[in-house]
Design a binder for this molecule. Structure first.
Ligand SMILES: [Mg+2]
Length: 267
């Protein structure tokens, strides 16, 4: 069996580890389960995230972290063509990862021809960058890859505008949506785990706090799901959620994982 934990709202909230995280991961590993940590974070790569987790007291290797940043890099490398150059608007880590995926990663003010446009959360987004994005998206042959499409995300002091808000601005102006979105609820990160483990979807248990991105995304590929009530969605959200976003289990925190029940319900 494979346990995949969403990070924000499940493993940590901001810079604080949530209750039961260390014990849950330790118990899963003691049972012989593979553990993965998945995140739509569009600014940090696996190594940075594993360092953050380790600094919080959770021993996680970079290979166990499936981030939307690296997933975007893989999507770029799989585009037919193959693409030669990508315009990247986003964090330095995103630019670096895209550069390693086999294309030249160019800045928004570079005048060279562009095959792919990759958009991650850029804290210094401005009109010049929106204009540059608009110009490249006017060309129908340029593929548009968004690292995630989350319009907001939780931060200290409440929700803040997410990459999805910028994707919406760019898409509205250009009249086209992203061709590929790396993050959840799209299946790419979940499928990557199955590929790495050589496993079937039924062997994958996804722990998430979002009915839309974690539970909905994981159910769509046939994985089993656990809603953890330490993040965005509560029981009242479950009550109104459609069938395709209903979790198999609901737990108050990672302290309350029904290990025996999950193992027993295996097939
Ligand atoms: Mg989350």
């Amino acid at each position: 069996m494979i346990f995949a934990f969403d990070l924000d709202g499940v493993i940590y909230a901001g810079d604080e580890l949530l209750g039961g995280a260390v014990e849950a991961v330790a118990t899963a590993r003691a049972l012989g389960y593979a553990t993965y940590f998945i995140t739509n974070n569009s600014r940090q790569e696996s190594v940075e995230l594993s360092v953050k987790l380790q600094s919080m007291g959770l021993d996680v290797a970079p290979r166990e972290v499936i981030s939307a940043v690296e997933t975007a890099g893989r999507l770029v490398s799989q585009i037919d063509g193959p693409p030669q150059s990508a315009m990247v608007i986003g964090s330095p880590s995103l630019r670096e990862v895209i550069g390693k995926s086999g294309v030249r990663a160019l800045s928004y003010d570079d005048t060279d021809p562009i095959d792919v446009f990759v958009l991650g959360l850029d804290h210094a987004i401005n009109y010049q960058k929106l204009l540059a994005a608009h110009r490249v998206l006017e060309r129908a042959n340029v593929r548009f890859v968004a690292v995630n499409n989350d319009v907001t995300f939780a931060s200290e002091g409440g929700t803040v505008p997410g990459l999805g808000a910028i994707v919406s601005a760019v898409s509205a102006a250009a009249g086209r949506a992203p061709d590929f979105v790396a993050g959840k609820p799209e299946p790419h990160m979940f499928n990557r785990i199955l590929e790495l483990e050589g496993a079937e979807a039924r062997e994958l248990i996804v722990f998430g706090d979002s009915l839309y991105s974690d539970i909905g995304g994981a159910k769509a590929i046939g994985a089993r799901t656990v809603l953890v009530l330490t993040g965005v969605d509560g029981r009242e959200d479950v009550a109104t959620a459609p069938l395709e976003r209903q979790p198999d289990w609901i737990i108050e925190s990672l302290n309350a994982i029904p290990f025996a029940e999950i193992a027993g319900a295996k097939s």
